[in-house]
Design a protein around this ligand. Structure first.
Ligand code: EPZ
Length: 431
């Protein structure tokens, strides 16, 4: 199994070009099902998750062609099922519900089950789709959905859910009448999905705010214009933290600075030097940062997907910080691994207290989920000595060309193999 080997303590400096957003690419790829035709998509990141979503499209009967401009042909849909073997690998497959119900009037989607960071229920997805006239049965670990005719409705989510908002939005675009979604997710990725759907003929107002209004239309079709997926604000935030934690300076290019506002605010609060351009943001430091207290929240609050990365930075801050995770019930799996690197972190339910240390020291650690593994990479970049991160597949789900991008700014990083001996015997002994 692949591992990542890092020799830490080197300031990283230079430019990182940010890829397209994973969490916009995934809904947009499956949204092509709602609009028959040949879609062209640019800036789709080459990730394990986007490959999984292309596999799902293949299972539905849609052809896709990789390239600088990705082509997805949804002229015909042969099946309306998202099978367990795909959904268990990528829970975002649950996003097939809305598009299949809108396109085929039925959908059979495996329940995603929980994951490392929480139970991840989909009750809000189902409640929202039921408001549009869908009916569901749960059987054999699958959600079986049917709808005769989607009809517009007023619906308020009980909790802010990104993929829940996206699932209901992808059905509402073809409903009879108008749908109003309140307490909707305002993440930039939701806004990008709406932009894609509008390009296919949908009528959507308010995407990117907590109130989205959809005027249903009889049909949609693939846009003649290629859609460019928006830049990944979480990838960018991760590299900005890398510039600060390594006491260098990294400039992320091809970004939308407005999407990074909550991250920029926190980096400035810890005393990092942050500069913002029209399509770039740079961040660096020449010493230890200050402790801060942060609480994750739905956009435009501090993103939960940056919590683990910030915890790595705060592990080296001057002072004691408090991090409160309000979105997921179990998103501190990285804390125990950071402690193996010398961090001092105490967890109490959804709150973590981090007592900043002057240094961390390299060790072998284990990734548990995508952003936890990013946190360990950041800590390894700052730790003295060598850090080996096991279960690298987590990272490959969400960070395109990570080794290449980190090496280009001066990191000593390479892929390794788990269990490969690291300390050869002295030649004399080896004989
Ligand atoms: C999306 O997950 C992202 N994934 C996650 O990114 C991100 O962490 C999360 O939003 C929050 O921003 C994709 O977009 C593919 P939620 P999602 O539904 O939609 C509860 C990453 O690292 N909830 O917004 O699954 C849920 O339990 C990934 O890139 C319900 O109770 O998250 C959680 O506590 C990790 N019922 C909260 O809402 C529901 O029906 C927010 O979850 C749905 C959600």
């Amino acid at each position: 199994m692949d591992t990542l080997l890092l020799d830490g303590g080197r300031p990283l400096s230079g430019v990182v070009r940010i890829s397209g957003a994973k969490n916009a690419s995934l809904p947009i790829l499956i949204a092509t099902v709602v609009a028959p035709g040949e879609h062209r998509l640019r800036n789709v990141p080459e990730l394990v998750d986007t490959s999984s979503m292309l596999s799902l499209l293949g299972r539905i009967g849609c052809a896709s062609l990789l390239g600088e401009t990705m082509r997805v042909d949804t002229s015909r849909v042969a099946f309306c099922e998202a099978p367990y073997d795909l959904v268990r690998k990528m829970r975002a497959s649950v996003l097939a519900l809305g598009p299949l119900l809108a396109r085929c009037g039925e959908a059979h989607v495996s329940l995603p089950g929980g994951c490392a960071i929480g139970s991840r229920p989909i009750d809000q997805h189902l409640k929202g789709l039921e408001a549009l006239g869908c009916r569901f049965e749960l059987d054999g670990g699958y959600v079986h959905g049917r709808v005769d005719r989607l009809r517009g409705a007023e619906f308020a989510f009980d909790v802010v859910t990104v993929t829940g908002t996206e699932n209901v939005l992808m059905a509402a675009v073809l409903a009879d009448g108008t749908t109003v979604l309140d307490n909707a997710a305002a993440e930039p990725e939701v806004e990008d999905l709406a932009r894609f759907l509008v390009g296919c003929g949908a009528r959507i107002e308010g995407a990117g705010t907590s109130r989205i209004v959809v005027h249903g239309v009889p049909s949609l079709k693939a846009s003649p214009v290629a859609h460019a997926v928006l830049p990944d604000r979480i990838e960018a935030g991760t590299y900005l933290v890398a510039g600060v934690i390594s006491r260098g300076n990294i400039r992320c290019e091809d970004v939308r600075p407005a999407d990074l506002a909550p991250v920029i605010e926190v980096l400035r609060a810890v005393g990092a030097e942050v500069e913002v351009g029209p399509d770039w943001v740079s961040a660096g430091a020449d010493g230890r940062v200050r402790a801060v207290d942060i609480e994750t929240a739905p956009h435009p609050g501090f993103p939960t997907d940056m919590q683990a990365q910030l915890m790595a930075l705060l592990s080296l801050a001057k002072g004691t910080s408090r991090v409160t995770e309000t979105i997921f019930e179990n998103r501190f799996m990285h804390a125990a691994e950071l402690v193996r690197l010398g961090a001092q972190i105490h967890i109490d339910g959804r709150a973590a207290t981090i007592i900043g240390q002057p240094t961390l020291s390299g060790a072998t650690v284990m990734a548990t989920d995508l952003r936890a593994s990013a946190s360990l990479v950041l800590a390894g970049l700052a730790a003295e000595g060598r850090t080996e991160i096991l279960r690298l597949y987590h990272l490959d789900r969400g960070y395109e060309r990570l080794v290449e991008k980190l090496s280009a700014v001066g990191a000593a990083v390479e892929r390794g193999q788990e269990g490969r001996p690291r300390f050869a015997a002295p030649a004399a002994v080896a004989g």
